[in-house]
Design a protein around this ligand. Structure first.
Ligand code: FAD
Length: 251
């Protein structure tokens, strides 16, 4: 198992949809951050960054060559990460302290992560002033407007201030004053950037799979999740060109 482009020596799996709850309730992460060795008891785990693929081998950043008969690429998104489970759990403790000690919190990004984080904070800390700034015209733009209105109504009912069609200039923050592209100022004790992570596929551009990437950097797969043109290479998860909706149906 290969776990980040820059350095992926991560020895645990994280249930990512539990991660925002873990920010307001760090003990939650005890169950959602799991050492690979706890569930892959018969597997051989290599904690390293994969940097190249040939027809029969994978090269790691440490210079090891790992032979394969079948290969599954599942490198999803780039992560800023803690290397060990213990480090990850203490990162959640730090984020929790940051939230707990703040009276006002700015969330940048109105996609699933920003909306969910705002929701988690106001449920556990209803007295905190939460402001969410989103560049787009509505929350959760990848779903229908009825659902995004519902999310907006729920957040505003919890007194979250939602500002649309503006971005925040993080280079000009000073003494808790944030400036938006629309000329507004927001006062907040801290902020969380929830603007999405890039796909981790740049490393594939120099490999045998370089011609199998679409314009968004996703691997093109067939109905069996086989990378097109490769009998023994498969790809799963966010790295594939399968639409998000179809992935929901398949899982
Ligand atoms: C906050 C949040 C909430 C979510 N909620 C939901 C939800 O409710 N329902 C749902 O269906 N989905 C949800 N998702 C999306 C879901 O987490 C992703 O679809 C899923 O994690 C994709 O899994 P993956 O294995 O393809 O990629 P990832 O989870 O991105 O994992 C890829 C792994 O590969 C590693 N990697 C990257 N490049 C390399 C390399 N070169 N070498 C070695 N390792 C590498 C990365 O460090 C990472 O550990 C949520 C995501 C987030 C962030």
């Amino acid at each position: 198992m290969f776990k980040n482009k820059n350095d992926n020596r991560k020895d645990y799996f994280e249930i990512s949809w539990a991660s925002l709850r873990a920010m307001v309730e760090p003990s939650f992460a005890e169950r959602s951050v799991i050492n690979h060795s706890d569930y892959l008891t018969n597997g051989h785990i290599v904690t390293s960054t994969a940097v190249n693929i040939t027809e029969s081998e994978v090269l790691t950043a440490q210079g090891d060559l790992i032979a394969y008969d079948y290969l599954v690429v599942a490198t999803g998104h780039m992560e800023s990460f803690s290397r060990t489970r213990i480090e990850k759990l203490s990162q959640y403790q730090e984020e929790f302290k940051k939230i707990k000690s703040a009276n006002s919190i700015l969330i940048i990004g109105g996609g699933p992560t920003g909306v969910e984080l705002a929701g988690e904070i106001v449920v556990d800390f209803p007295d905190k002033k939460v402001t969410l700034v989103h560049r787009g015209p509505r929350l959760l733009e990848f779903i229908g407007s009825k659902a995004s209105n519902k999310a907006l109504n729920w957040l505003t009912s919890k007194k979250v201030e939602v500002i649309f069609q503006q971005s925040v200039d993080l280079n000009s923050v000073s003494d808790g004053i944030y400036h938006t592209s629309g000329g507004e100022t927001i006062t907040a004790d801290c902020h969380f950037l929830c603007t999405g992570k890039p796909l981790s596929s740049a490393w594939l551009k120099e490999t045998v799979l370089k011609n199998r990437l679409d314009m968004h950097g996703r691997l093109k797969v067939d109905e069996h999740l086989r990378v097109r043109g490769h009998e023994n290479i498969f790809a799963i998860g966010d790295i594939t060109d399968i639409s998000v909706w179809l992935r929901f149906i398949l899982t």
